[in-house]
Design a protein around this ligand. Structure first.
Ligand SMILES: [Zn+2]
Length: 458
């Protein structure tokens, strides 16, 4: 614990700049220093910045990115004349994950080879994860933006913290040790969000205290369940400065419970694999500041018209990703935009709240509790799947529906699925697989990757 407290300032002032700038020759640290003051520019300057960036990106896409080149020509869009997403909206232009999935190569700029780019994967709530590409330089910028958002809540690089997050399933000992080392280097204690039963959560509380963590970063459900477990067993909570939640909808009752039990503020953050950090609360808790120097975020109604103060669909243009540009990308999330000023001095536009996605948890017959994201993470290495859905048939039976991608023999896919879920058998859960041509949508016309038919629940 003493070590983690001493290591914090050392990491921030010495280890991080040296490692990033000198050893790895990256720009995360220098970008972080450069962008700290941008939110304090005037609203006019911020607006000018994003208009200039939008026009530059569109002109580039018109020349170098096959999908947009074709789209602009079909819709008669002259990129050199567009400096506002409104003009794209009026020409009916937007893209979806499905379009990227079907034309993936056409979304990559002709200036880059895929092999030279950094790849991560979209969350894949309804289908197999989609590969997302960016240059190493832009990846550094996204990391710098994440660090800047943390600065808004008073958390500086190297502050001892705990992270409760998902990971690939069935990792070996060496892989687990490497992962912990990666996080320890940044002064984080990594805790798995895959197993969030009471016993594990109580162990986590002890580990967080021993580590001297000042912040917990987590999906909403694990840290909320941790608060409930602390309360139930009358355990002393760790002494924290804040809890940062993300990746799931944060309900008021959950926030209240966590603030009550942990006796510290909860800061909600909105992000996704495509754009990393989209917006984050600051210390004033008046909504979330959008990282508007990099992302142009719109909230629109069913007719694609912008709405303020009411719920709408989130559409995002990434102003800086030139390798795989996202222009008016429909995120399949809902949020509420506000024109309120925060009062903290930062002039980035704000989201009032994120309605976002819900992620449910699954309880096995032996009480083993699993975070819903477990089911997504576990499929990362399974070939042959185009789309999937889990159906909770009963407490001990989960049916997995699969639409195949036609690239892998069916037997191979089924074998790999069974292998991936093998550890569930130890908890009394049986997985069956059903290959199908279609998966029905929910009443709202959306795709749900986890539904329950147990006890009549839907
Ligand atoms: Zn603020």
């Amino acid at each position: 614990m003493i070590f983690t407290q001493l290591y914090g300032p050392m990491y921030r002032n010495l280890v991080f700049p040296l490692y990033d700038s000198v050893l790895r020759r990256r720009k995360t640290y220098s970008y972080y220093r450069q962008i700290l003051s941008v939110p304090y520019l005037s609203p006019g300057e911020i607006d000018r910045m994003r208009r200039d960036r939008l026009r530059a990106l569109l002109e580039y896409c018109g020349r170098k990115v096959p999908y947009y080149r074709r789209l602009f020509s079909e819709r008669g869009i002259d990129p050199s004349r567009v400096d506002d997403v409104r003009m794209l909206r009026e020409s009916g232009m937007s893209i979806t994950k499905e379009e990227i999935r079907s034309h993936s190569d056409e979304f990559i700029s002709e200036d880059f080879n895929i092999g030279d780019l950094v790849c991560n994967f979209s969350g894949g709530t309804t289908g197999v994860p989609l590969p997302l590409y960016k240059t190493m330089d832009y990846w550094c910028m996204r990391m710098a933006i994440k660090l800047r958002s943390e600065d808004w809540i008073g958390k500086r690089p190297g502050t001892p913290s705990a992270i409760i997050w998902g990971h690939k399933a069935n990792l070996g000992k060496v892989a687990r040790a490497r992962r912990q080392l990666y996080w320890n280097f940044q002064n984080y204690r990594f805790l798995s969000a895959m197993d969030i039963g009471e016993e594990s959560l109580l162990t986590y509380v002890g580990e967080i205290k021993r580590y001297g963590a000042r912040y917990i970063e987590s999906y909403v459900n694990p840290v909320y369940l941790m608060a409930k477990t602390i309360e139930k067993y009358g355990v002393d909570p760790p002494w924290l400065d804040g809890i940062v939640t993300g990746a799931e909808r944060l309900h008021d009752f959950q926030k209240e419970k966590m603030e009550d039990v942990f006796r510290c503020p909860v800061f909600d953050r909105y992000g996704c694999s495509e754009f990393t950090n989209i917006s984050c609360e600051c210390g004033k808790h008046r909504g979330q500041h959008i990282n508007a120097d990099n992302l142009w975020v719109e909230v629109v109604d069913k007719n694609d018209r912008p709405v303020i103060g009411e719920e709408g669909e989130v559409v995002i243009t990434d102003l800086m990703n030139y390798a795989m540009p996202f222009i008016r990308y429909r995120l399949d999330d809902t949020a509420v935009m506000t024109d309120r000023k925060c009062g903290c001095g930062r002039n980035f536009p704000m989201l009032e709240r994120i309605v976002g996605k819900e992620t449910r948890t699954f309880t096995a017959p032996d009480g083993f509790e699993l975070h819903g994201k477990y089911f997504q993470w576990i499929l990362y290495n399974v070939p042959g799947i185009f789309r999937f859905q889990f159906v909770e048939k009963s407490a001990d039976h989960i049916l997995m529906r699969i639409i195949e991608d036609g690239k892998t023999p069916r037997e191979e896919t089924e074998r790999r699925v069974r292998e991936a879920f093998s550890e569930l058998a130890a908890h009394g859960v049986r997985i069956t697989v059903e290959f199908t041509d279609s998966i029905p949508l929910t009443g709202a016309g959306k795709m749900s990757f986890f539904i329950s038919e147990r006890d009549g629940r839907a």
